[in-house]
Design a protein around this ligand. Structure first.
Ligand code: MG
Length: 389
């Protein structure tokens, strides 16, 4: 007797950051596997026309945008297209998307600290979160882990390095782990001297050699602040002491990260740099999607290079150790100061090297404190930002 093949159940997704690079990659996967995935709620920022096109294509039941004026514009355009989809705005809108009753998994792909509240709300509502918004883990990793534990929700990494570690840890006992090794492309200024970096412009910092990403993360990659934030992210995602997390420069971005075990074995995950791989892994876990994308051919590639990270030229890598030693307040201040400094650099207000200097100055003022609520965390974050205005 043949076995009955049941149709696969469609997984319902709430997507925040729909018009960013992670959002677009997520929607590409949804479009490739319409029988497996459906977007039930979608949030974006200010790209109203793009959101309108996405709403037409994916027909979510709820939309949210950054500002009320944008929401008005989108409502009008939807009406003209004959679509009846409610549109919300601001943090309330993002939270409504993240907690949509039908959503089973939330793809949290907003940029910066604004991602924390909706991520928190999703976990509180017991929804699994596929997390690309590393800032929320940096600011509130302890709190989000506790929350996930209490509601039974899972936090699944989307960051390529953390996905690689997740894959390399699959099925292994934690006590066997000696260290986590995060790879870093080194960004566009990998070989620059400190003197050359002094003169770097925002346009130069925006040219990442391997990944096409938004402006904030691209500049974070140039300062290696991105890798520093990823150390804190890994610390909470994998509940491991920071001393066991290292950084290795690997310009080709093929080895996405590695786990070294106590016996000396090292497991790595390799692949072409394409965010659809880590996103697909999180969405389909524990299965794998049959993705028809270009394949890694090591014989064609021929070689992979690795270098030690240089905290002299990239002070973010030593500042993050200082931030971690200063507990929750250290990590929140580190992130807030960096966000403000990146914005000032983009506006031409400060030089490239002053991004790390701003973070260093702020860390000098921070007293170690632990926070047990979202309000305390958001208040302290606001206090740091205020001090930099
Ligand atoms: Mg990354």
């Amino acid at each position: 007797m043949g076995s009955l093949v049941l149709p696969k159940k469609t997984k319902k997704i709430a997507l925040l950051g729909a018009t960013g690079s992670i959002g677009r990659s997520t929607l590409d996967l949804v479009a490739r596997f319409p029988e497996r995935y459906q977007v039930v709620a979608m949030g974006g920022g200010r790209k109203i026309e793009e959101l309108l096109a996405l709403a037409r294509r994916f027909q979510p039941q709820l939309l949210s945008v950054q500002e009320e004026s944008g929401a008005e514009e989108l409502r009008r355009a939807l009406r003209e297209s004959g679509l009846r989809i409610p549109v919300m705005a601001g943090q309330a809108g993002a939270v409504a998307v993240a907690t949509h009753t039908q959503a089973e998994i939330v793809v949290a792909a907003m940029v910066g600290a604004v991602g924390l509240e909706p991520t928190h709300a999703a976990l509180q509502a017991g929804k699994d979160v596929a997390l690309a918004n590393k800032e929320s883990m940096v600011m509130a990793g302890r709190l989000l882990n506790q929350l996930a534990l209490s509601t039974g929700a899972s936090i699944l990494p989307l960051d390529s390095e953390h996905s690689a570690i997740w894959q390399a840890l699959n099925g292994e006992a934690k006590k066997g782990v000696a260290k986590l090794i995060l790879t870093a492309s080194g960004g566009p200024f990998r070989d620059f001297s400190a003197e050359r970096m002094q003169e770097v412009t925002p346009a130069q910092a925006m040219c990442h050699p391997r990944w096409q990403m938004g402006p904030k993360i691209t500049i974070d990659s140039a300062t290696m602040m991105n890798k520093a934030l990823e150390i804190i992210e890994a610390r909470w995602l994998f509940d491991i002491v920071p001393e066991k997390i290292e950084v290795l420069v690997h310009p080709q971005s093929i080895v996405h990260s590695l786990v070294e075990y106590v016996d000396g074995s090292v497991l790595a995950q390799l692949g072409l740099p394409d965010m659809r791989l880590p996103i697909g892994y999180a969405l389909a876990y524990p299965e794998r999607l049959a993705l028809e994308l270009p394949r890694l051919d090591l014989a064609v590639l021929g070689r992979l290079d690795f270098f030690p990270a240089d905290p002299e030229r990239f002070p973010a890598l030593s500042l993050v150790r200082q931030a971690l030693a200063a507990g929750d307040s250290g990590a929140i201040a580190f992130n807030a100061a960096n966000e403000v400094a990146v914005e000032l650099f983009r506006q031409g207000e400060i030089g490239f090297l002053e991004i790390a200097e701003t973070v260093a100055d702020v860390l000098q003022t921070v007293v170690r404190e632990e926070f047990s609520s979202l309000t305390e965390i958001l208040d302290f974050d606001a206090q740091i930002r205020q001090s930099l205005l």
